[in-house]
Design a protein around this ligand. Structure first.
Ligand code: TYC
Length: 108
């Protein structure tokens, strides 16, 4: 039988022992930093708008950032995390608030 397989794979039973080494997608934590100037209501609206949080949860996270200095908004694959960080920082800048959003890899 002739196929397009290389000679080394012709007419022999090949037992595949190697599997492609698939890695799980890397995940990134998106966080907010506290500051002394951004209004609490603005932060709540950011969490509602960009992270689809119900108002109660948004208030809880905002207060956590306010009291602890930083807080987790969500965990996403790289491009989604980067998009959210860009959107939040652009929105804050547009409204002249010093709010900072950033991402860091979630290590297993
Ligand atoms: N500390 C701000 C204030 O007292 C509120 C605030 C909360 C700011 C969370 C940023 O990520 C933040 N107005």
């Amino acid at each position: 039988m002739t196929t397009s397989l290389p000679d080394s794979h012709q007419d022999s039973a090949v037992l595949e022992t190697e599997r492609p080494q698939i890695q799980p997608p890397r995940l990134y934590r998106v966080l907010l930093l506290n500051d002394d100037y951004t209004p609490m209501e603005f932060v709540v609206q950011v969490l509602e708008r960009f992270f689809a949080m119900p108002r109660e949860r948004a208030i809880t996270i905002m207060l956590k950032v306010h009291h602890e200095g930083r807080g987790l908004c969500g965990i996403y694959p790289h491009d989604i995390a980067a998009t959210k960080v860009g959107q939040v920082n652009a929105f804050a800048l547009q409204h002249q608030h010093p709010l900072v959003c950033f991402m860091e890899e979630e290590k297993p």
